[in-house]
Design a protein. Structure first.
Length: 260
């Protein structure tokens, strides 16, 4: 056999390398980012949409209905996209995984951008679907503090609710010992969190849930509550689970293995 010319070898290798790089980019960045964008879009469309529909129907859905809509929507979306992106659907979740080194910094930042874009697109679509008087009365589903709830109290409520949410994320999805229940443990946590905090702060637990509708509708009241509270709660819960619960669990597992 005659060896191909060096130039052909170089061109072939370059083509193979380019193809491989493209596949890696698609698998490592493009597909997960699309999943996060679509997942957050669906979650905000259903969640904020349930709030606007509650206004349209003069309270027919109620707090329980809104909580169920959020919880089930999140559970389904996480289950759909868990294998593609991990199903974060929440900048606070991504930040919690960033501080515990479960996601690379660049990819984590891109996740947050994709989530904010998805939330904004969902809010813009809701604005186009519902009558202006209705979505304005519901503030396009933007969470806000109830009368008598101060900025500090609002932050504290969001810290606690998001702390519980991130415990659910780590305990049912991140921990390798976790039960295989898809996103339903996380979705149920959001449901019960809304039942407790919905009347106080809207129980966002997710900066994208506040950012998208606020940007699309111009409702920026107390927006910082929904960044500070969820991020602080997420970081505290992530660090406790990663470096106390999960690390202790691994050590116990190793001890059991060594004695058997």
């Amino acid at each position: 056999m005659v060896a191909p010319p060096p130039a052909l070898l170089t061109a072939t290798n370059l083509k193979d390398q380019t193809t491989s790089l493209g596949e890696e980019m698609s698998k490592g960045y493009v597909k997960p980012l699309i999943a996060e964008l679509i997942g957050t879009f669906v979650f905000v469309f259903i969640g904020a949409g349930s709030i606007i529909t509650n206004t349209l129907t003069h309270g027919a859905i109620g707090l329980l209905g809104i909580a169920i809509a959020h919880g089930l929507a999140l559970a389904i979306v996480i289950t759909i996209f868990a294998a593609t992106s991990g199903g974060h659907i929440n900048p606070a979740v991504t930040i919690g995984l960033l501080v515990t080194k479960h996601i690379a910094p660049l990819l984590g930042i891109l996740y947050i951008v994709a989530q904010l874009v998805g939330a904004t697109l969902a809010a813009l679509l809701l604005r186009a679907i519902y009558p202006q008087a209705v979505w304005q009365a519901a503030q396009l589903g933007t969470p806000n503090l109830a009368p008598g709830v101060s900025f500090g109290t609002g932050v504290l409520v969001e810290v606690v609710l998001t702390f519980f949410l991130l415990l659910a994320v780590f305990g049912t999805a991140v921990d390798p010992r976790a039960p295989k229940i898809g996103g339903f443990g996380i979705g149920l946590t959001v449901l019960v969190d809304i039942l407790v905090g919905g009347a106080l702060t809207g129980a966002a637990m997710n900066p994208a849930v506040a950012f998208g509708p606020a940007l699309a509708g111009g409702f920026w009241q107390n927006d910082l509550v929904y960044w500070i509270g969820p991020i602080v709660g997420a970081i505290i819960a992530s660090l406790i689970y990663e470096y106390v619960i999960l690390r202790t669990g691994r050590a116990d597992h190793q001890v059991v293995q060594s004695t058997t």
